[in-house]
Design a protein around this ligand. Structure first.
Ligand code: NAD
Length: 455
């Protein structure tokens, strides 16, 4: 089928590329010329594992192209996906201005029957609103507005799109249903469930799912805090909970609090919807508040174990909101690092993919080539993002770089035993803090050298 995608961000680019992979002919449009030029020159404006290779393959196959020319793209498309941003307004309500601008730009160029598909996460009733907007601009247009929320996760977006847990399509228009069924046939024929609903239900499914996941994270984070006080092990508690099929083991990993472009904004937008509808969403409110508070107190958590931070150096490993992406939106680093600096600490940081995006957001930070350079002279090393390479970190070598071997692991990447054996004091989430084991020359060369020099 002939498909257009408006917006080549994390969702639009993955959607367009994967739809091409499914055999459709796709044109992706973005308002930012540099992004389109980069894509047309074989580059990729975002980091997402496997994406650049898939873009190259689909362009070569002649199924995927990029353009800024929305007017040329629109007329002959069976479906046009809207994948523009819906960022939060100051009061938490979703800002639909990008979506409305895209619809206004598109309207004059619609020709023939078009399914206009909202991939962006939008509040219930947005489909109706787009329909009214189109009726004002192009009363003659033969268009059906469809909700098709996206559930991909950054870092595993391609797999999530091509092997989805479910595809949700919200429309009462039979032609649009058929179009959507044909678009997703390569996935549904392999067993992907397609849930057909009315549009409002589909719009709400996305928020209800994300808010539920946010609740799950905030819940396990608070249980982890309790574990720390009670001397229990949060990971085993989560394991014991997760083996219950009614609960499930995923999303039960305590950490620094959720971030990213979805959970914080989508919980806030759902709360805003609840307020407008006069329905108090107390559970979601609590999850959102707990998360905000958790992130606000991260530097205090560091100071509580590292002591006075003034004049000392803290190394931060991992800046992005999660591993596998360069996305810095609502990352915990944006709360932790400025607070460490306010407390007088010098911050050295390293992230495998996020430093370019982080540079402008985190003034005064020394960005380093690797974890060892970041650790140089540090009184504490904080792990903030669960990048696989940090799991493999040579802690013995890192210990040689730091001033004090204190590892504050906000992602529970290590077994305490292996860290303390490498000579570190180890503080993680939801587990008792443990002190370094007896240092030996083999595991603490820096200390051994210092002792040798003193003798
Ligand atoms: P993004 O900011 O990365 O990308 C949006 C893109 O749209 C940008 O490239 C921007 O230039 C472009 N754009 C804006 N207005 C335009 C216009 N008028 N014409 C052409 N291009 C235009 O955003 P994203 O992370 O891809 O999110 C997009 C939507 O998908 C949001 O509603 C988000 O909530 C939802 N979503 C995101 C994720 C995720 O993991 N990022 C997952 C599921 C759903």
């Amino acid at each position: 089928m002939k498909i257009g995608v408006i917006g080549t961000g994390y969702v639009g680019l993955v959607t367009g590329t994967c739809l091409a992979e499914l055999g459709h002919e796709v044109i992706c449009v973005d308002a930012i010329r540099q992004k389109i030029d980069l894509l047309n020159n074989g580059g990729c404006p975002i980091y997402e594992p496997g994406l650049i290779e898939l873009i190259r393959a689909q362009r070569q196959a002649g199924r995927l192209s990029f353009s800024t020319d929305l007017a040329a793209m629109a007329p002959d498309r069976d479906a046009i996906f809207l994948a523009v941003g819906t960022p939060p307004k100051p009061d938490g309500e979703a800002d639909l201005s990008f979506l409305e601008a895209a619809v206004a730009e598109l309207a004059p160029h619609l020709a023939g029957f078009t399914a206009l598909v909202t991939k962006s996460t939008v509040p219930v009733g947005t489909g109706d609103r787009i329909e009214r907007q189109l009726a004002g601009l192009r009363p003659d247009a033969d268009v059906a507005v469809v909700s098709n929320p996206e559930f991909l996760r950054e870092g595993s977006a391609i797999g999530d799109f091509l092997q989805p847990d479910r595809i949700v399509v919200g429309t009462d228009d039979l032609r649009a249903r058929e179009t959507m069924q044909r678009i997703y046939a390569p996935l549904t024929s392999k067993g992907a469930p397609l849930l057909l609903t009315d549009r409002r239900t589909s719009e709400l499914i996305k928020y209800a799912a994300n808010a539920f996941l946010a609740v799950k994270i905030s819940y396990i984070n608070e249980i982890a805090d309790l574990c720390e006080e009670l001397g229990a092990d949060a990971r085993r508690v989560a394991e014991g909970m997760g083996l219950d099929a009614r609960i499930g083991s995923r999303f039960l990993e305590p950490g620094p609090g959720f971030g990213g472009s979805c959970f914080p904004k989508d919980t806030d937008a759902l709360l805003s919807t609840g307020r407008a509808a006069g329905v108090p969403l107390r559970v979601v409110t609590a999850a959102s508040t707990a998360n905000r508070e958790r992130k606000r107190l991260l530097a205090a958590r560091v100071a509580a174990v590292a002591g006075e931070l003034k004049g000392r150096t803290v190394a931060v490993l991992g800046l992005t909101f999660k591993a596998g992406t360069d996305d810095m939106r609502e990352a915990a680093a944006l709360e932790l690092i400025p607070d460490l600096q306010r407390r007088g600490a010098t911050v050295r940081a390293y992230d495998p993919k996020g430093m370019e995006a982080a540079r402008d957001l985190l003034p005064g930070v020394t960005f380093c080539r690797d974890a060892f350079e970041a650790g140089r002279g540090a009184s504490a090393v904080v792990i903030l993002t669960e990048w696989p390479e940090f799991r493999e970190l040579d802690l013995v070598r890192l210990a040689e770089e730091v001033e004090a071997p204190l590892l504050i692991d906000l992602r529970n990447l290590f077994e305490p035993e292996s860290v303390t054996r490498a000579g570190w004091d180890y503080v993680s989430i939801g587990r008792p803090a443990v002190a370094a084991q007896e240092a030996t020359a083999a595991v603490r060369p820096a200390v051994a050298r210092a002792a040798g020099a003193a003798a």
